[in-house]
Design a protein around this ligand. Structure first.
Ligand code: ADP
Length: 628
């Protein structure tokens, strides 16, 4: 008699069959995982009832392919199912996680999720138009067959002479005919099956065996071959991450990394550990030597491969890594996660969150250790991924800055090697951490302000990445010392005495300075300074936005070019001859004064890396003065 699926099962099945999901291939993973679970169960039951058990070496999963009849079958010698179990387990989906899955997806109307997260037995219908399950329970004398085409119900019948059958289950799938968009036939190809097993089920603990076609030279001939088939175990059974660390050679790790993550260089660092307790899992993580080519693009997807008891659940589980560690590659295998879990469910899975938290801590500690004990490698790491860490400091309003601040490296005026903030603070006895921004170290070193600060004996951090100053602003201070841009207007490096002189001077030449401001136009003020060493002029900024930040903000896609203007202060060295020249011109020749101001301002702009507003005017004035 034909029975109807429960209504919810029917809906799910419709969804599945009509799914345009490209990962139909996961059906094999699902069927094999069921087989493996069934063997687990049989083994478990045999612990208290030895009569139903087999020898460990006898447990296996067999795959048979019949290209001609378009059939693929998977046989296990696990616990099997009674008639009632068949009915309950395969006639309804309410029992498995799939029920919840379906409820969620009905709201979302997103059937594409099917496939990636395991919907169990029913996934067989994504690739087959008829499925039979022949099974005999270890607790039953009789064997039964469940048959369904997935759309209009199922039948369960007793097998003939079923007392003679062995306990276990065979799932036989009749593969759909190919369509214009789908090549189902590939699932009848042993090479495809082998690669799917490698991809999804390599670490199933029981051998997955299939007959693989081979050929050998016919004896006594030189070029005649005999084709034959030989059983081959397609899975390696023990995952690398489950093996004992001390017994794994570095090359083995490296090869695994390169194969699995398609990199051509060995990883910079391998992190392999197991945890027990609140989150039980093994992790095998890698820090690459260099960023993947798409790392700094939107296409890059962070994430770790997530396994549950050796079965792949998801190739890239993004939830396991914070953005600032998005460069980490690897595998996490947890005993505590269910295979039937959808993405939405995963996001809210407490266990997963716990794992993510401990992973993050571990990665951070390993980086810290590398920084302390393996500086050279750390510097290489930082060259590749430091920007990512600095973004981590800056993002989300700095909530991660405490965890990340000690992992940062900066170049500085103190030698060739980059230093940590802690090293700077230990070396310097100033209350301020001075930094300067620019495109390159060389350009920064030429900044007049940098020179001035260094000449007072202070070390200056050289910030050359766009993100640097933003990160530093978010940090605000380190070890109680505030960060300060050497191009800030209120640098406060002049002595009290000089400050008074400076103030008096600026008051005295108020009109002249006002005139300068009017000539230049886009500055907030002009002033004489005693802070500069040898340079005649410089540009500083007051307020939150520095020149470097202005440049970065304005270069962002879609940015309003009239927004994000730094408040510029044009500073003139009052210890420099240029001061007298200016005053003189101001008193005698206003046109000459105007030319001087424009030229000097352009000099200041050039030195600070700001493009000239009108280069040809600059050239005109210069020629005029030279040929005078
Ligand atoms: P899940 O495996 O998540 O429970 P499935 O839809 O894949 O969901 O399977 C439903 C149930 O059918 C399983 O829980 C199991 O009890 C039973 N089952 C499926 N395949 C087998 C098998 N090969 N041997 C024994 N029982 C099976």
């Amino acid at each position: 008699m034909k029975k109807q699926f429960k209504s919810e099962s029917k809906k799910l099945m419709d969804m599945m069959i009509n799914s345009i999901y490209t990962h139909k291939e996961i059906f094999l993973r699902e069927i094999i995982s069921n087989a493996s679970d069934a063997i687990d169960k049989r083994h478990f039951i045999s612990l208290t009832n030895p009569a139903v058990g087999l020898k460990k070496s006898e447990y296996k999963i067999l795959i048979k392919l019949d290209k001609e009849n378009r059939i693929i079958s998977v046989t296990d010698n696990g616990c099997g199912m009674t008639e009632k179990e068949l009915e309950n387990n395969l006639g309804t989906i309410a029992k498995s996680g799939s029920g919840e899955f379906k409820a969620e997806n009905e709201q979302k109307k997103n059937v594409n999720i099917i496939g990636q997260f395991g919907v169990g037995f029913y996934s067989a219908f994504m690739v087959s138009d008829n499925v039979t399950v022949k099974t005999k329970s270890i607790n039953s004398e009789k064997a039964y067959t469940f048959t369904s085409n997935g759309t209009d119900g199922y039948t369960i019948t007793e097998n003939e002479n079923s007392e003679k059958d062995l306990a276990g289950t065979t799932v036989t799938m009749h593969i759909r005919p190919d369509t214009e968009s789908e090549n189902y036939s590939e699932f009848l190809d042993i090479y495809k099956i082998r690669s799917l097993i490698k991809k999804y089920s390599d670490y199933i603990r029981y051998p997955i065996i299939a007959n693989v076609p081979k050929s050998k030279l016919k004896e006594g001939t030189e070029n005649e071959y005999i084709d034959y088939e030989e059983p081959e175990t397609l899975n390696s059974m023990v995952p690398l991450w489950k093996r004992e660390k001390s017994k794994i050679k570095p090359e083995t790790y490296n090869e695994f990394y390169k194969n699995k993550f398609a990199d051509y260089t060995d990883p910079l660092k391998v992190i392999h550990y197991k945890t027990e307790g609140s989150a039980t899992y093994s992790a095998l993580l890698f820090i690459p030597k260099h960023p993947p080519f798409d790392f700094y693009t939107k296409n890059y997807q962070k994430g770790l491969a997530l396994y549950s008891k050796g079965v792949l659940i998801m190739e890239k589980c993004a939830e396991l890594l914070p953005d600032y560690f998005s460069f980490v590659k690897g595998v996490v295998d947890s005993e505590d996660l269910s295979l039937n879990i959808s993405r939405e469910m995963l996001q809210h899975d407490g266990q997963l969150k716990l794992i993510a938290k401990t992973l993050e801590k571990k990665i951070k500690n390993e980086l810290q250790k590398m920084l302390e004990n393996d500086r050279e490698n750390y510097e290489e790491f930082f060259k590749a991924f430091g920007v990512n860490l600095k973004f981590g400091v800056y993002n989300d309003y700095g909530i991660h800055k405490e965890e990340l601040k000690d992992l940062l490296l900066f170049n500085s005026s103190n030698g060739e090697k980059p230093c940590t903030l802690n090293e700077y603070v230990l070396r310097a006895d100033n209350d301020t951490i001075y930094y300067a921004c620019g495109e390159t170290k060389e350009k920064i070193e030429m900044l007049p302000q940098c020179d001035a600060v260094k000449s007072k004996g202070y070390e200056v951090l050289y910030l050359t990445d766009d993100i640097d100053e933003f990160a530093v602003k978010v940090l605000n201070e380190y070890d109680g010392k505030k960060f300060k841009n050497v191009c800030d207007n209120d640098l406060d490096l002049v002595s009290e005495e000089d400050k008074k002189l400076e103030e008096a001077e600026n008051e005295k030449f108020k009109d002249l300075l006002e005139e300068i401001k009017n000539i230049v136009g886009d500055i907030s003020k002009a002033k004489f300074t005693k802070a500069l060493k040898d340079h005649p002029v410089c540009l500083t900024t007051e307020g939150g936005i520095s020149l470097e930040m202005e440049k970065v903000l304005k270069s962002m896609p879609g940015a309003d070019k009239n927004q994000f203007n730094a408040n510029l202060v044009f500073e003139i060295n009052s210890n420099h001859k240029i001061k007298d020249t200016l005053i003189n011109a101001y008193n005698t020749d206003k046109s000459l004064f105007g030319d001087y101001v424009k030229l000097l301002y352009d000099e200041a702009a050039l030195i600070s890396g700001k493009p000239l507003k009108n280069p040809s005017l600059h050239t005109d004035i210069l020629c005029k003065l030279i040929t005078k």
